[in-house]
Design a protein around this ligand. Structure first.
Ligand SMILES: [Zn+2]
Length: 163
C-alpha cells in the first residue's frame, strides 16, 4: 500500500554525461543574461532512474528573453530525428532543460504546466518527464526534477555526472 512512497521519495537518481552537461552549461553561458534551453535525450528504465546522454540546444532561430525563450522547433526536430537515427532509435526523449539566468532553481508555474503537458502528451513518449534547470550564472546551480505523479510536485533527483 505504501510501496509507491519509494518512487515519490528523494531516492531518485539522474546520471548526466559530462560532455552533455558541459554543452548545456556552455549554451547557458553563451546566452546569459538571456534564457536558453533545449531537449534532453537518453534512457530511463523506470521513474527515478534516468540517464542523460545528449542535449539538444535551442537552435539558431530561437528567440531569447530574460525570463523566457522560444526554441527553433524545426531545427530541434531535425536534430532529434538525426540523434534517433544515429542511436538506432534506442534513445528516448526525456524532457527539457532551460536556464533561469540570475534566478533560482525553483520551478515556475509555466515550468510545472510544461511538465504536466509533456506527461499527458502521448506522442512525446515521456510519461515521466524530466526538467533540468540551470539557475544563476556565471556559476550555475543544476537541479533536475522528474514528474512522477500528477498529484505531487516533481521531486528532485540526485545528480551524478559520468565521464
Ligand atoms: Zn523555468
Amino acid at each position: 500500500m505504501r510501496r509507491r512512497a519509494l518512487t515519490f521519495g528523494r531516492t531518485g537518481h539522474i546520471w548526466w554525461a559530462g560532455v552533455a552537461l558541459e554543452e548545456a552549461l556552455r549554451e547557458a553561458q553563451r546566452a546569459f543574461p538571456l534564457e536558453t534551453g533545449g531537449l534532453l535525450l537518453g534512457w530511463s528504465t523506470r521513474p527515478g532512474s534516468v540517464l542523460i546522454s545528449r542535449v539538444i540546444g535551442p537552435g539558431p532561430d530561437a528567440a531569447h528573453q530574460p525570463t523566457s525563450f522560444t526554441p527553433d522547433t524545426a531545427w530541434q526536430e531535425a536534430q532529434l530525428a538525426q540523434a534517433y537515427a544515429q542511436a538506432d532509435r534506442r534513445l528516448q526523449f526525456l524532457g527539457d532543460w532551460h536556464t533561469h539566468p540570475r534566478g533560482t532553481a525553483r520551478l515556475s508555474n509555466t515550468d510545472r504546466a510544461t511538465l504536466l503537458r509533456i506527461a499527458a502528451h502521448a506522442d512525446a513518449r515521456a510519461p515521466y518527464p524530466v526538467m533540468a534547470l540551470l539557475a544563476g550564472g556565471p556559476m550555475w546551480q543544476v537541479v533536475v526534477r522528474q514528474q512522477i505523479s500528477r498529484r505531487r510536485p516533481p521531486p528532485r533527483l540526485t545528480l551524478h555526472v559520468w565521464q
